[in-house]
Design a protein around this ligand. Structure first.
Ligand code: COA
Length: 471
């Protein structure tokens, strides 16, 4: 009997674009009367990337995609799909990737992408992961006619001035090249797992520029949703033989690195703590862990309760917080954190929240800084924990491929971002309030796409957006 062999598909390369304006955490803390240590250590932010007046998620996406194409000498005919995942949509109907195609065709010629396809995807911060998964399967199913797919994740994280979300802002895009026999990372097959539920932890009603957020609820939902998707991933990984557990082992022992959704750096650290507690509490090592923490892990009054009932159990929440902090001080946690996660958080601290792009910027950060540390990444497994409010989680994994060094050796975050300009709080607030005309940009664009025309003088041109490549 003949069994078809499924092609090996994954991320071949990735390119980033980050706006060149930033807000420094010390200026921000002073203006808002916050202790800067809270931002540096409690949130984990030093610089937040801020989009200029003539930038939006579409031109950031096009800039990242152009870099990816130029670096890999790709022509439009090599690409069969261009997907954009974002929660900073520009139009209720016209998809963001159509704007991106328009920009790219200024470089590659009118109609050069006509043969391709793609859509804009939305599900808060998780949609990029769905886009990757769907495009990987498009290639596995051999519907791609030998062509690659590009998935671009691009967002501007903007919260109300004075809100607690304001220090978790940021902006940027990551373009990912998906193809057969990738040089960087191959997706593990048949283990990707998801959860979905109707929730109101974070949402942005039509016409509103900033989201409505229940911060602590969104944090807890993130942890619980990713953990549930991870449970399902674990079941598939063990059943399929991808991961074989010996007595006393945890599946986390078989994942070499973790890249998770990063609304802010500290959230990554907390997500790892939550996952390790969940995976370790039934193992023999747990008694040594709790000994080092100095207390037993607390239990909620209603262990099978809802998220709301757990949040309302203030006694438990307080004790659990104490345990979580103690756990994050243990040698057990720190060994995993330092060896398997820390490098993925570096970029987040100097760029900020990128919504859909945050986990992929984390992947990029991990690859660059592990390589710079001299880690041999070949054959190492990266586990991904993606979360989108509203809410859905996706957990999947991939193996670093033998040719990865070709891609990773040229990664340099500082060089890729380029020289940055610090904004004063006054300039930042004017930008935030949209008080500067889009034609009055803070920085003169150079070698990138920017917005040059917005709307029109006649009603039928309302909503038109035109972009130019500025050399
Ligand atoms: N030095 C060091 N740390 C300090 C500090 C100081 N002087 N003052 C406070 N902190 C710590 C707190 O202890 C807390 O740490 P912990 O998380 O380990 O408990 C941390 O800073 C955050 O402070 P806290 O007051 O608990 O939260 P907040 O009101 O600042 O809100 C968010 C934080 C993330 C909830 C808020 O920024 C938000 O709503 N963001 C948008 C939504 C979001 O990103 N959700 C994530 C899931 S998608």
């Amino acid at each position: 009997m003949w069994f078809p062999v499924m092609p090996i598909v994954g991320i071949d390369d990735l390119a980033i674009y980050v706006p060149k304006l930033y807000l420094d955490y010390k200026d921000f803390a002073e203006a808002r009367g916050i202790n800067p240590q809270k931002l540096e250590y409690g949130i984990g932010i030093k610089k937040m990337a801020i989009a200029d007046t003539n930038q939006d998620s579409a031109c950031m996406a096009a800039n990242a995609c152009l870099k990816l194409m130029q670096r890999n000498h790709l022509h439009p005919e090599d690409i069969g799909r261009v997907y954009v995942a974002t929660e900073s949509s520009l139009d209720e109907s016209k998809a963001m990737n159509s704007f991106v195609i328009g920009m790219l065709e200024q470089i590659y010629g009118e109609g050069s992408f006509e043969h391709a396809g793609g859509i804009e995807c939305k599900f808060a911060c998780v949609s990029g992961s769905y886009a990757l998964y769907d495009n990987a399967n498009w290639i596995r199913a051999e519907e791609n006619n030998g062509k690659a797919a590009v998935v671009i994740v691009s967002d501007i994280a903007k919260y109300d001035i004075g809100s607690s979300g304001e220090y978790t802002q940021g902006a940027g895009a990551v373009a990912l090249l998906i193809r057969e026999n990738p040089r960087l990372m191959a997706f593990d097959q048949k283990v990707a797992s998801t959860t979905i539920k109707n929730e109101y932890d974070f949402y942005r009603p039509f016409g509103k520029e900033t989201p409505l957020v229940n911060g602590s609820y969104s944090n807890l939902l993130y942890l619980i949703s990713v953990r549930k998707a991870f449970d399902s991933y674990k079941e598939k990984a063990i059943k399929s033989g991808l991961i074989k557990l010996k007595d006393g082992e945890s599946i986390t022992d078989h994942i070499d690195f973790f890249a998770v959704h990063l609304p802010y750096r500290k959230m990554g650290e907390k997500a790892l703590a939550y996952l390790l507690r969940h995976e370790w509490r039934h193992l023999p090592r747990w008694k040594y862990v709790t000994k080092e923490v100095g207390m037993q892990e607390p239990q909620p009054k209603d262990a099978r309760g809802t998220i709301e009932s757990i949040l309302a159990d203030t006694e438990f929440m307080k004790a659990d917080e104490q345990f979580r902090r103690g756990f994050m001080q243990t040698s057990f946690y720190n060994e995993v954190y330092e060896n398997k996660m820390a490098t993925s958080l570096e970029a987040s601290a100097i760029i900020g929240n990128l919504y859909t792009a945050s986990m992929y910027m984390g992947l990029r950060s991990l690859l660059e800084f592990e390589f710079k540390k001299g880690t041999d990444l070949e054959g190492k497994r990266i586990g991904f924990g993606s979360y989108g409010s509203g809410s859905s989680a996706m957990v999947f994994s991939g193996l670093i491929q033998p040719q990865y060094k070709e891609i990773v050796k040229r990664m340099d975050l500082d060089e890729d971002i380029g020289p940055r300009q610090k904004l004063s709080m006054e300039e930042y607030e004017r930008l935030h309030r949209n008080q500067r005309a889009f034609t009055d940009s803070v920085i003169r664009a150079h070698n990138e796409f920017v917005l040059v025309k917005l709307g029109g003088t006649t009603a039928d041109k309302a909503g038109f957006r035109e972009y130019n490549y500025v050399s």
